[in-house]
Ligand binder design. Structure first.
Ligand code: NAD
Length: 463
């Protein structure tokens, strides 16, 4: 990865605005071609991409294909097919709320590209989180500055080489580097900022955006809870929760962060977590090819320190290999107020907290920041409805973890501390367009609207 020279950044911004002003990105043919080029880039370089992500995160190639590459390939192709429909002018002449005399006024809404936009992506799902925003922005007809995370430098370096080869360099530019470079990028005026990352930096981004009144999408994280109904099959719950936890070694915005269990189920849940662990990693996880590692020493030490400071009881795992930056999936039973309940763990720790009943579980979730996802294991429909009413979260998933990422028809995003705005396919397109309205009022209707002209007289009230 080569850091973008700071003096290049204003030039990149100016050139993206200049390209947008030519309106070349408005063309549907241009958009479709660029989207298919993204698909081609992913297809022709899948191995190099998987290798780069492995070098950064130790993420197994299978996981890269299953949870990132195939999804983006599919979504680039779908977007290319669907963009004419998404971008089509919407005629509201037959809208049920339109009074008959306004029918001939041609009320229309045109999804219109916002302009030169900025996509800032994080390290934890480097491919999906850089490409999904880029797909949406291209589909929308914007020009794009893609700021890649410096933390995944192998992936960033690869994309720095690939994007100019596959995409229109007048319209899609990559910026690499750290805080200095992002700060310079944020000094520029953008027409939309799409940021994925943590809530602390989100506040810096939002403050910078406010200076230019730039609209924002904030895809953030937080602590995603799991609620487990004591009536649910503990073996299935444990397997599904553990699978969600081990993905990318827990370094996922939708990773189950902590589980709320009733005291009567703790032992059985943990027993089944151990059983699932043994079947996923018969030779242990620390040397397994099916388990990613912690991104860097800073995060390794952060997670290690959490495990050192917790007052909780480690019921599973806890082993680590510092040289390899590996930490076993670790289950810790804690009491309220424990350090593990304070902030997003973003690592392979599953915290267990005992609650009296399902009502207390909902109360606990409600008393904390609205999570990105709330997972609930129950077949009880009444309980499902109760949880829906009693809590708030960006997404609410019953009886599994993580699978919402594969369901491309659902809008994805947070609420409150977990962010705002929605993405995936048309929803990402919507982030980068605004609904431009138009009317065309014919001369012939003058006699129907003459009442509006002053001088205002009594007959104006004869409705
Ligand atoms: P990160 O450290 O890679 O930062 C993200 C981006 O912000 C990078 O491009 C980085 O250069 C930039 N940045 C870092 N410090 C900055 C600063 N001081 N000023 C301006 N820009 C700065 O990634 P991260 O924030 O550690 O990512 C992990 C977080 O992202 C977690 O909280 C996770 O839950 C969240 N996340 C959310 C989603 C979602 O879709 N909702 C997806 C993935 C991750």
């Amino acid at each position: 990865m080569i850091d973008t020279p700071l003096d290049e950044i204003p030039k990149i911004n100016a050139s993206l605005h200049a390209t947008f002003a030519t309106r070349k990105t408005f063309s549907l043919a241009w958009r479709e071609h660029q989207l298919l080029q993204i698909a081609r880039m992913l297809q022709e370089n899948h191995k190099a991409i998987a290798d780069a992500i492995y070098a950064d995160l130790g993420k197994p190639a299978f996981e890269v294909y299953m949870t990132e590459l195939n999804l983006m390939l599919d979504r680039a192709i779908i977007s290319a097919k669907r963009v004419p429909e998404w971008a089509a002018v919407k005629n509201l002449e037959n809208h049920p709320d339109l009074p008959p005399h306004q029918k001939g006024w041609k009320p229309r809404v045109t999804p219109t590209p916002k302009g030169a936009v900025l996509v800032i992506s994080p390290w934890n799902y480097p491919l999906i989180l850089s490409i999904q925003g880029t797909i949406g922005a291209i589909a929308a007809g914007c020009t794009i500055c893609l700021k890649l995370s410096e933390v995944t430098s192998n992936y960033a370096g690869l994309l720095q080489q690939l994007i100019p080869k596959y995409l229109d360099q007048d319209a899609v530019r990559v910026v690499c580097g750290g805080v200095q470079e992002v700060t310079k990028v944020l000094e520029q005026k953008w027409d939309h900022i799409f940021y994925t990352g943590n809530g602390t930096v989100a506040r810096i981004i939002a403050a910078a955006a406010a200076k230019h009144l730039t609209p924002l999408t904030l895809e953030l994280g937080g602590k995603s809870p799991v609620i487990i109904d004591p009536e649910y099959d503990m073996e299935l719950a444990a397997r599904r929760v553990l699978w969600g936890k081990i993905n990318n070694c827990g370094q996922v915005c939708v990773s189950p962060d902590y589980a709320l269990v009733t005291p009567s189920t703790t032992a059985s849940f943990v027993e089944n977590l151990k059983k699932a662990y043994a079947s996923f990693y018969p030779d242990g996880s620390l040397k397994s090819d099916s388990y990613a590692r912690v991104i860097n020493m800073q995060h390794f030490n952060r997670i290690k320190s959490l495990l050192e400071r917790t007052q909780g009881k480690v019921l599973m795992g806890g082993g680590m290999d510092e040289k390899e930056r590996r930490i076993e999936p670790t289950v810790v039973l804690v009491k309220p107020g424990d350090v593990l309940l304070e902030s997003e763990t973003f690592g392979p720790i599953l915290t267990l907290l005992e609650v009296d009943d399902m009502r207390a579980a909902c109360d606990y979730v409600s008393a904390n920041d609205h999570p990105l996802v709330l997972y609930v294991f129950t077949l009880n429909e009444q309980l499902q409805q109760d949880v829906l009413k009693a809590t708030m979260s960006g997404n609410l998933i019953f009886n599994d973890t993580f699978m919402q990422m594969d369901v491309k028809v659902l809008p994805f995003g947070g609420v409150g501390e977990s962010g705002y705005g929605r993405q995936v396919l048309e929803n990402t397109f919507n982030c980068f367009t605004y609904e431009r309205t138009s009317l065309d009022i014919p001369p012939e209707v003058e006699d129907k609207i003459y009442l509006r002209y002053p001088p205002y007289t009594e007959h104006a009230f004869e409705v």
